[in-house]
Design a protein around this ligand. Structure first.
Ligand SMILES: Cc1cc2nc3c(=O)[nH]c(=O)nc-3n(C[C@H](O)[C@H](O)[C@H](O)COP(=O)(O)OP(=O)(O)OC[C@H]3O[C@@H](n4cnc5c(N)ncnc54)[C@H](O)[C@@H]3O)c2cc1C
Length: 409
């Protein structure tokens, strides 16, 4: 049978491994690497690979933990793990490049990377490419630093500013991120007055969730000690000095309500997919990536679409963007790449894992409680917090699920 991977056919050895380039080393990208390695490591039919993971950060950042990382210095230390400290990926056939993927030439299978710290440009050839670069999120939804050391400083400055505030800290935007940021801040720094303002009549208004879930989110947020202002659309925020000479903000809402806030934290900006390096033909108008259920690019206008995959938040797929989905898709992409390798080596027809449509589901941490909604309806309370997040906003759960510590499943 003729190989569809003409440029990579031939006997595979450690000097001629399959090259897999993964753009983005967070939940979905690391899931691709770990699952693919587990398949290629089998004693019966080992397959030599060389995996390159490119990320703008110098480590794995637990995005879900962001609301807590930006409220607690000790948690901030835990939430970012340098890639060199992830045990399961310390092996000669895995390397990390610190930089930005700026272009992908699908026809020639070459990616261009702008490396840190000197912005040097390098080209990397690959056999399989995975786009797992998620969404671009603004400060202070996530830190903007590229290095762990700078991130800790960025988080510390923010935490100090908030902790020393006398007037309320105003979080603008009652989506999942705004709710979690407000509740975590109040949980970690109970002396700080926290106000959450949302432009609509219900929290989580943009999500395809039933009203009882939105009402429950409001109850839990208020129980966490956060003052919630519904139907409050921000009109303006003006920096002024208070009587002590400290900078505060005069805030006005479109309904005429005014308040003084020590900090205004915007949790409303629409995040955009980080996909500028992909060909336009692979993208929707909103710049999400069109994929087949196998996670391969779906456009027939993209050369070698079958050896290019996309996973995680940046794909054009049903369901609320979630970490669990990102890891699930990463796993499927890893397994499907392995199937394509077997096809190339043994001429075996690939048996692909296919992504199903994803119904709306959510897990939301709100201070000491959590709320979940999915196939089994809505649940909330401390037990739900334990199931979904434990006491570290899900860090341990994700770390073990991805087997980053080296524990076999
Ligand atoms: C504050 C907050 C709280 C959340 N809480 C929850 C929750 O409780 N439960 C839940 O399920 N989900 C939650 N989410 C959503 C969840 O974090 C995302 O679904 C998840 O991060 C998606 O993973 P990903 O791997 O697709 O992308 P990301 O986690 O965004 O990772 C993308 C990676 O790519 C890198 N990158 C980007 N562009 C480039 C480039 N051009 N070149 C190289 N590297 C690049 C980035 O540095 C990053 O490391 C939350 C999100 C936020 C922001």
């Amino acid at each position: 049978m003729a190989s569809q991977f003409a440029t990579v056919s031939g006997v595979r050895s450690s000097t001629n491994p399959y090259k897999i380039l993964i753009a983005g080393g967070c939940y979905s990208g690391l899931a691709v690497a770990v699952n693919l390695l587990e398949k290629c490591d089998t004693i019966e039919s080992p397959i030599p690979v060389e995996i390159t993971i490119v990320d703008e950060r110098d480590g794995f950042y637990h995005v879900i933990g962001s609301p807590l990382a930006l409220a607690s210095n000790s948690y901030a230390e835990k939430a970012w793990v340098n890639f060199k400290d992830i045990p399961v990926l310390q092996r000669p056939d895995v390397r990390f490049l610190h930089g930005t993927v700026s272009k992908v030439d699908c026809e020639n299978k070459v990616a261009t990377i702008v490396e840190q710290p000197d912005q040097a440009q390098r080209d990397e050839a690959y056999d399989f490419f995975v786009a797992s670069t998620g969404l671009r999120r603004v400060w202070p939804v996530v830190p903007q630093s590229a290095r762990r050391k700078e991130y800790l400083e960025e988080a510390r400055r923010h935490i100090d500013a908030v902790a020393n505030s006398t007037a309320p800290v105003l979080i603008v935007g009652g989506g999942a991120v705004g709710i979690e940021m407000a509740a975590e801040l109040k949980e970690v720094q109970p002396n700080v007055k926290v106000t959450l303002a949302h432009s609509r009549a219900k929290l989580l208004s943009a999500e395809p969730l039933p009203d009882n879930v939105k009402d429950c989110a409001l109850d839990l947020t208020e129980q966490a000690g956060v003052d919630v202002l519904l139907n409050h659309r921000l009109k303006s925020q003006t920096p002024v000095k208070n009587e002590n000479g400290t900078e505060v903000f005069e805030v006005e809402f479109e309904n005429g309500h005014k308040m003084i806030a020590s900090q205004v934290v915007m949790a409303i900006s629409r995040s955009v997919p980080s996909t500028t390096y992909l060909p336009e033909d692979a993208l929707t108008e909103d710049r999400y990536v069109n994929v087949r259920p196998t996670l391969q690019l779906s456009s027939d206008k993209v050369a070698n679409a079958e050896s290019h995959f996309a996973v995680g938040d940046l794909i054009n797929w049903s369901g609320i963007k979630r970490c669990g989905s990102a890891m699930h898709q990463g796993r499927y992409a890893g397994l499907n790449i392995h199937q394509l390798m077997l096809q190339d080596i043994q001429g075996k027809e690939p048996v692909f894992n296919e992504l199903a449509e994803i119904p709306p589901m959510i897990g939301l941490a709100v201070g000491k409680n959590a709320l979940s909604y999915g196939g089994e309806g809505m649940k909330h309370g401390k037990q739900v917090m334990e199931w979904f997040f434990e006491d570290d906003l899900g860090f341990r759960i994700v770390w073990d699920h991805l087997r980053l510590g080296g524990i076999k499943a």
